[in-house]
Design a binder for this molecule. Structure first.
Ligand code: AP5
Length: 208
């Protein structure tokens, strides 16, 4: 069963790779960041709460996110497997996930901090979810739907710094958590997008 978790710093390429890998294996790509941003856009109570944390580069409280993911993972499409992008992000969330389902493989996309900052600073988004970069894929509008691209509010330099600090303090310990379970694989995220995808496919096919 392809029950997959993607780990990695902000901007490591989790979303970019998750899109490709979920299509290849026909499993749902579940991004907590996307779920929260959709709620912010829709003006829900969850969205209002999430925005106050996301704007500071802080994590939304565990109990809130865990409730969201309990509901999402209970949906029918997850019966064939899933790819989690941005969840779990704390040890508490990882323990909660273990109570809901059995993770088969955690893929850690490793990049250095300098690349993270450059990738995030140059990222441009489309409302449809497509992600672009000013140097590798420059555009003002989305190739897929034609909408105007924008920069995420939390991609501004000062917020990126907080997101990285939060990553090292709260999320990086998950590498050890999954390593101790014997289900962690590291992938070099510094290569180009297609090469990273190939490496991930190799580790999935070799382990699941
Ligand atoms: P979230 O949306 O999950 O953001 P993130 O983890 O910070 O990750 P990003 O989306 O910034 O980066 P990515 O790794 O997906 O990189 P991407 O593929 O886009 O979370 C946002 C916020 O929501 C959090 O800060 C928190 O507040 C809250 N939140 C979310 N989940 C939560 C949870 N579980 N608990 C609590 N709070 C939560 O790539 C980045 C750029 O690089 C793009 O421009 C891309 O084109 C480019 N790129 C990608 N790969 C390559 C490559 N190989 N070479 C060159 N460029 C590349």
């Amino acid at each position: 069963m392809k029950n997959l978790v993607f780990l990695g710093a902000p901007g490591a390429g989790k979303g970019t790779q998750a899109k490709r890998i979920s299509e290849k294996y026909d499993i749902p790509h579940i991004s907590t960041g996307d779920i929260l941003r959709a709620n912010i856009k829709a003006g829900t109570e969850l969205g209002k709460l999430a925005k106050s944390y996301i704007d500071k580069g802080a994590l939304v409280p565990d109990e809130v996110i865990i409730k969201v993911m309990q509901a999402r993972l209970a949906e029918d499409d997850c019966k064939k497997g899933y790819l989690l992008d941005g969840f779990p992000r704390t040890i508490e969330q990882a323990k909660a996930l273990d109570e809901i389902t059995k993770v088969a493989l955690a893929v850690n996309i490793a990049v250095d901090d300098e690349a993270v900052v450059a990738r995030i600073a140059g990222r441009r988004m489309c409302a449809c979810g497509e992600s672009y970069h000013v140097s590798t894929h420059p555009s003002d509008v989305c190739d897929k739907c034609g909408a105007k691209l924008y920069q995420r509010d939390d991609d501004k330099e000062e917020t990126v710094k907080s997101r990285l600090e939060v990553y090292y303090r709260q999320t990086a310990p998950l590498i050890e958590y999954y390593s101790a379970k014997g289900i962690l694989v590291d992938v070099d995220g510094m290569k180009d997008v297609a090469e990273v995808t190939d490496s991930i496919i190799k580790v999935i096919d070799g382990n699941c």
